[in-house]
Design a protein around this ligand. Structure first.
Ligand code: BG6
Length: 316
């Protein structure tokens, strides 16, 4: 077993265990302040992120099927090599329903602490039949106090160029969808998936929810904020390498139509996804693309009602 299954330091831990309910393998991470995360090899999917008080910060449906080949409904999934139905593959591509492996050669500088998991997905012969491109998709997940960082990377290991789209499909847990708002999208253009992907411009001061929302916001800033009034909690979503941001809530009708989603669960989640969708990424042989998404959870008193552009800058 790699050193990823060893205690990383006296108070932090990375271990691989079998999930007792599904029988699937997962990593459990804990950092010295006590926050924790879980990542399944199936889908390379983060399924849990808890603060130091043990409160879950990600949404996971009570009806989520942890049964291959179904995608897991909740947490953080990687949509690759295609977001949505824009290409010829199944919706959101196949990375989310493949078994990833431990990356033997992550080739990224070590993180300052060791609460890190490095995963790798390579296409099988069967995958090559539906998407005939050889690649290495890497995912580094790093847990720090109050922060969860995901670094996906795609390398072209083929002899010809290929093009892909990718989204970090993140389900955030909220107290009540009617009482949250997203800041940072004001005045931006978006494609509305509910209106044949027509292009509109965001008119509101911030985005609130009173019906189904399914949008791809374009050329978005490096930081967005999801403010949860009831919980007095703000998620800051920082990203780089991802020009777009998807915002999704299925609302009541679509919730009922999804077999792996509870009828009322739309009230307790919102998906905000760092994404590269509008302009697909092309890699020549040997080239690599890197994206980054960081989630930080902070007390809402940190904000004075508006995002503070100084404090919300992406860390270099
Ligand atoms: C979002 C899309 O990213 O994912 C929505 O914008 C989609 O259109 C949602 O409905 C869930 O997709 P799926 O395939 O997991 O049901």
């Amino acid at each position: 077993m790699s050193n990823q299954s060893q205690p990383a330091s006296a108070n932090s831990m990375v271990e691989m265990v079998m999930d007792s309910t599904s029988g699937l393998q997962k990593f459990k991470l804990r950092e010295p302040k006590g926050s924790s995360a879980e990542i399944f090899l199936y889908g390379g999917q983060v399924t849990s992120w808890k603060n130091e008080r043990g409160e879950e910060l990600l949404f996971m449906s009570s009806k989520a099927a942890f049964k291959p080949p179904n995608p897991i409904r909740g947490g953080i999934a990687i949509c690759y090599p295609q977001f949505s139905n824009m290409g010829s593959l199944d919706k959101h591509g196949f990375a989310r329903n493949r078994v990833w492996s431990i990356d033997p050669n992550p080739s990224l500088p070590p993180s300052k602490d060791n609460t890190v998991v490095n995963l790798l997905l390579k296409p099988t012969n069967e995958d090559m039949k539906i998407w005939p491109h050889s690649f290495e998709l890497r995912l580094r997940v790093t847990l720090e106090a109050g922060k969860l960082q995901l670094t996906p990377r795609v390398r072209n290991t083929d002899s010809k160029p290929f093009t892909f789209t990718l989204a970090v499909h993140t389900y955030l847990s909220v107290s009540d969808i009617s009482d949250v708002r997203v800041e940072g999208l004001e005045t931006l253009d978006y494609f509305d998936n509910l209106l044949d992907q027509k292009r509109f411009t965001e008119q509101g001061d911030s985005l609130t929810f009173d019906s189904e929302v399914d949008r791809v916001y374009l050329s978005t800033p490096a930081s967005l904020a999801l403010i949860d009034h009831e919980k007095k909690r703000t998620f800051v979503i920082r990203k780089s390498g991802f020009p777009d941001a998807v915002v999704w809530n299925p609302w009541d009708k679509k919730s009922k139509a999804m077999v792996d989603f509870g009828d009322d669960e739309y009230m307790r989640m919102v998906s905000i996804e760092a994404a590269a969708v509008e302009k697909p990424i092309t890699l020549k042989p040997g080239e690599e693309w890197t994206g980054y998404q960081e989630l930080e959870v902070v007390s809402s008193s940190y904000f004075s009602g508006q995002m503070d552009p100084v404090n919300l800058k992406v860390k270099s």
